[in-house]
Design a protein around this ligand. Structure first.
Ligand SMILES: [Zn+2]
Ligand SMILES: [Zn+2]
Length: 171
């Protein structure tokens, strides 16, 4: 969904409210969106600039960082972006109240692209299928959520540990 910047700027003070609901490829192989991207967006012209604010949602398929199983989770992003169509692409980007004011290269604001980028950023760095996922057993590789295997984690003799550390320092 693209919105003409001029259309927004030509009616200062007016709020343009839009609903987004479309299938969007995430563009990230390990993080596919498995539901359409939905959200409410508001565009407004303020002193010649454009303010985009909104909230976006989708569902993504992630791989658990502990047990390596795929699972689905909801992603949501609260977005506020400012654009200054008069700002050249090479000019320094001003920061006001902690928000970047970006140049607008196109005559249109690509709301779908803004949503896509922010939803990708909303994904956890280390996804967990559930907060208390037990993960895989380091000894036998079993999924400890499904079948507790009863292995005891290997204990290293503290004297060997000292030797290993010394050798590790030499290698
Ligand atoms: Zn897991
Ligand atoms: Zn085991």
């Amino acid at each position: 969904m693209k919105v003409s910047a001029e259309q927004v700027r030509s009616s200062p003070g007016r709020r343009l409210r839009l609903q987004l609901d479309e299938p969007v490829p995430s563009g990230a192989e390990d993080l596919p969106f498995v539901a359409s991207v939905r959200g409410e967006v508001e565009l407004r012209a303020v002193a010649g600039r454009l303010r985009l604010s909104g909230r976006f949602y989708t569902e993504a398929e992630l791989v658990c960082g502990r047990c390596l199983r795929s699972f689905r989770t909801e992603l949501s992003a609260l977005v506020e972006e400012w654009y200054d169509p008069d700002l050249g692409p090479t000019e320094e980007v001003p920061v006001e109240d902690g928000v970047l004011v970006m140049p607008l290269a196109d005559p249109e604001v690509d709301v779908t692209e803004v949503a896509r980028q922010h939803l990708l950023l909303a994904a956890p760095l280390v996804p967990l299928c559930r907060p208390d996922c037990l993960g895989l057993c380091p000894v036998c590789g079993a999924d400890r959520n499904a079948n507790p295997c009863g292995c005891t984690p290997r204990q290293t003799d503290p004297r060997w540990q000292v030797l290993q550390n010394t050798l590790g320092g030499l290698l």
